[in-house]
Design a protein around this ligand. Structure first.
Ligand code: NDP
Length: 502
């Protein structure tokens, strides 16, 4: 094989530039914005995170999975609406792999997946995934590492950021809209059209989204009326031509929805105002589909990264890179077109892969990660928590306790799910609530029975999960199987009474 010397020299020069860039360079982006990036600057800060994901919807949580798989300490900041719009959706019938699943369950499954990966990567000292129940309210992207400030005043320095703050549908702000939200009022035909089979519905709006929603609905609803507030549609001519092919779709012009009316079953009618004739009328319908635009939640970032005229963050080519190096965007905050949970999840994955590759490019390596460890941000443990203990700590806790101790043995972590899709054990928050309900007369510990087989054998653990209760160091009772918080509280009630008399 023959090599052209000039090509070899060019490649070597490019490699030299990239190596210099790792040590310190001014990365150019946008029109005139420059931020010097030198990986060693991260070591000069406290509360640093290699990857901060802002927002915890499908894009943010999917990104987190890939951040952890990339072996990158990752922080997910929940935001004001943890889980995003899916938490407000009812049944989702187009999430791949599930014929029908609640929006909230999609988020719960993603959270469980992310958390379980965090434990697998525990690696002795560092948990690779952390969640912060707070909202980013301030950013300073003029210097690297980027500075993020939370609502509760926590300052975090991020080596890379994924913005996955989503978008909210624009609302009409008329009476009945909030009351019947998800009970006839919705902003997603792709998600909800099948629930309106054989019903009469309206689509509010006159743009491309309204046309698309109407065509989507035509497969299910009996009559679809598009309501435009002007005398013509704004949708593209090709869209308007396609609308004509659907006999069940009609358009009313110059009309504004003034009120949404319903009963216990959902929407029954709307009040319409014709701004040309000044007349008001009542239209009996069962569904109101809003297609009056979306507002991307990009306000905090739009002075720092390039956005389009509607505020959607712009990403480069097939990547999720924004105009700022090390800052990526994923999901509805950068996607004016598809706005689907599955697409957001895919973009989240891309963003995390891009972030991992950015970090590697600037010199993030196992050796650097070891140096950074002492500077990492650690989300403070909650005031009360249920400790995971080994054999020695178990013995000490049980023996020293002057009251009741409930030890939960299981080989599954708290958040993993059993085959029957139930929590394998009560979450810590429920255990803490039960302890507090009884004035902290009982404390809980967890034991991973797979990792403490001798102890589990000694305590005669046969079925899991198993709660073993001690009072003042003495064995009291053993309960195998799952239980609800109410069942546990009932049980503790029985235990506390004789225990307090003793
Ligand atoms: P648009 O901003 O294009 O349209 C919004 C529509 O809602 C307008 O007709 C507007 O009315 C109407 N509207 C706004 N506020 C109200 C209100 N309070 N009451 C009644 N009507 C209201 O948003 P879209 O979501 O339709 O589209 C966003 C972008 O995405 C566009 O660029 C669009 O082309 C693109 N898109 C492309 C698609 C495709 O190509 N397949 C599909 C969907 C979207 P008015 O006209 O009177 O201002």
């Amino acid at each position: 094989m023959r090599f052209d010397k000039r090509i070899v020299l060019l490649v070597l020069a490019a490699l030299a530039v990239s190596a210099l860039c790792v040590r310190g360079c001014k990365a150019k982006f946008g029109s005139s914005h420059e931020v010097p990036i030198n990986i060693h600057d991260a070591l000069g800060k406290e509360r640093v995170m290699p990857l901060v994901i802002v927002g915890s919807g499908p894009a943010g949580l999917s990104a987190a999975i890939y951040g952890v798989w990339g072996n990158i300490p990752t922080l997910v900041v929940h935001g004001p609406k943890p889980g995003g719009l899916l938490m407000e959706t009812s049944l989702v019938e187009n999430w791949p792999g599930h014929k029908a699943i609640l929006g909230a369950d999609i988020i719960k499954n993603l959270q469980n997946h992310v958390k379980s990966l965090g434990v697998k990567f525990l690696n002795g000292t560092v948990n690779k995934i952390q969640f912060l129940e707070d909202t980013i309210v301030g950013v300073n992207f003029d210097q690297w590492p980027y500075k993020l400030t939370t609502e509760q005043g926590v300052v975090i320095y991020a080596m890379s950021v994924i913005i996955s703050t989503g978008a909210n549908p624009k609302l009409l702000e008329v009476p009945g809209e909030h009351e019947y939200w998800s009970r006839g009022v919705t902003a997603c035909a792709v998600c909800d059209a099948p629930f309106f089979k054989g019903k009469d519905v309206v689509v509010v709006g006159a743009g491309d989204s309204a046309a698309e929603e109407a065509m989507q609905l035509a497969q299910y609803a009996k009559n679809i009326t598009i309501l435009g507030r002007k005398e013509k549609l704004r949708a593209a001519a090709s869209m308007q031509a396609r609308l004509k092919e659907y006999p069940s779709i009609s358009v009313q012009y110059n009309v504004e929805v003034k009120k949404i009316v319903g009963d216990e079953k959902g929407v029954t009618s709307i009040e319409l105002y014709n701004n040309k004739t000044n007349q008001t009328s009542v239209m009996p319908i069962n569904g109101v589909f809003l297609a009056i635009g979306h507002v991307p939640n990009s306000g905090l970032f739009k002075n720092h990264v390039a956005t389009d005229e509607n505020g959607y963050i712009e990403t480069k080519g097939r990547s999720q890179a924004t105009s700022l190096p090390g800052v990526f965007a994923a999901g509805d905050v950068e996607d004016p077109t598809y706005r689907q949970a599955g697409v957001a999840a895919g973009h989240g994955i891309q963003a995390a892969l891009d972030a991992v590759s950015f970090l590697n490019h600037i010199g993030y390596s196992p050796a650097f990660a070891a140096q950074l460890d002492a500077h990492l941000y650690k989300v403070p443990a909650p005031a009360h928590s249920v400790p995971n203990v080994g054999a020695e700590e178990y013995k000490a806790t049980v023996e020293k306790s002057e009251g009741l101790v409930g030890a939960i043995f299981s080989s599954l972590p708290e958040y993993e799910q059993g085959d029957n899709n139930q929590e394998s054990l009560l979450p810590d928050s429920d255990l803490i609530m039960v302890a507090q309900q009884f004035d902290d007369k009982i404390s809980f510990i967890r034991v991973n029975s797979a990792e403490n087989k001798t102890l589990a054998h000694k305590v005669h653990i046969e079925d899991e999960p198993c709660l073993v209760v001690y009072n003042q160091g003495k064995f009291v009772a053993r309960y195998a199987g799952q239980m609800t918080r109410e069942e546990l509280a009932h049980l503790v009630q029985h235990l506390v009474e004789p225990a307090s008399k003793a």
